[in-house]
Design a protein. Structure first.
Length: 341
């Protein structure tokens, strides 16, 4: 059909050049005079394909994203990527908001810009739960619940093998990283205690069923060093079901970031350098990484806000207690007390 229309335009112009009257051409082809003269003018141009349709796209779209905004989004994304932090649409929007960009592009606009410039990364698949009910711990305060897991064995240049003990505070998103060179009972409790000295002792600790956490396969009913440590400090230790790592989903996701942003991009050749760079990555994560569950704040900023709220609530309770102590008891209170006595 399209070729027939183009052929019709060529025939009409050819008949006009042969001297046929425009009226007879328009009547035979069932078109108007304006249609005929339009294609006569197109044929007079130097375009070899004048008989084809041209794009009707407007030259100045009214709702097109400005080129300056698109370049700014690309630069912010490149800066976040080079700093080894989150560089998705939400993180870019938060960074633009901190820079004072107005009007602020929406998440959909940022996603279109990233997709148009091939700046998106493919996501990995999710775990498929088995559908079994299991208690879920809810974190409402800092250091209420920690999730912990091991990454490794990992290898440095040379015959140096190590494990990384990773821990996450579910409420604030803060992480704790401590490299260990064995998973013996003494090394494990030393690693936990070292991390707790930096981020605090939790009320609940959730781990998987790794042997170094629960004890020894030789004595399965005996309490391992970690269990004894938690009982001594009134920490409730939780073990997730066997072969269900999504129960520890927060720390498992952090392990993926740890491997991508740290292990694959950092060259380490000695043990002191490993310890220093692990702590540097921990500080960079806690001070620069932004999470949507935290409202776009970093873990340390969230901890600061929650600490101020807790202090304000404690001061309010203290003032209420002082006010109650300063009140004089009324007659009904004295009558109630006398009735009890």
């Amino acid at each position: 059909m399209k070729k027939d229309v183009q052929q019709e335009r060529q025939w009409a112009v050819e008949r006009f050049y042969l001297g046929e009257r425009p009226h007879s051409i328009c009547v035979s082809l069932d078109h108007s005079r304006s249609w005929l003269y339009k294609w006569i003018d197109r044929a007079a141009s130097d375009d070899p394909v004048w008989y084809q349709d041209k794009s009707r796209r407007p030259h100045n779209p009214g709702h097109c994203t400005p080129a300056e905004t698109e370049e700014l989004v690309k630069l912010v994304r490149l800066n976040l990527y080079n700093n080894d932090v989150f560089c998705g649409a939400q993180a870019i929007q938060w960074e633009l908001q901190d820079l004072g960009v107005s009007p602020l592009p929406s998440l959909r606009t940022i996603n279109r810009i990233l997709s148009r410039n091939d700046l998106t990364n493919r996501r990995t698949g999710r775990y498929q739960p088995k559908g079994k009910a299991y208690p879920v711990l809810l974190a409402e305060h800092p250091n209420q619940i920690h999730q912990s897991d091991f990454v490794g064995p990992c290898y440095l240049k040379g015959p140096i093998r190590f494990y990384s003990l990773n821990m996450i505070d579910l409420c604030t998103g803060r992480c704790g990283i401590e490299p260990l060179y064995s998973r013996s009972g003494r090394a494990v409790i030393d690693g936990f205690w070292t991390v707790w000295k930096r981020i605090g002792i939790p009320a609940h600790l959730q781990v998987d069923n790794e042997m170094s956490f629960y004890g020894s396969p030789t004595h399965p009913r005996g309490m391992g060093p970690l269990i004894r440590l938690c009982l001594h400090h009134n920490i409730q230790l939780w073990f997730i079901p066997m072969q269900e790592p999504w129960r520890n989903g927060v720390v498992e996701k952090f392990n993926d970031h740890y491997e991508q942003k740290f292990l694959r991009k950092t060259t380490i050749t000695s043990r002191p350098e490993l310890l220093q760079k692990s702590h540097d990555f921990e500080y960079r994560h806690n001070s620069q990484y932004r999470y949507s569950k935290l409202g776009g704040k970093t873990p340390l900023a969230t901890l600061e806000v929650m600490s101020k709220k807790n202090c304000a609530s404690l001061d309010k309770n203290r003032l209420q207690t002082i006010h109650w102590k300063n009140q004089r008891p009324d007659s009904t209170m004295w009558s109630d007390l006398s009735a009890v006595t």
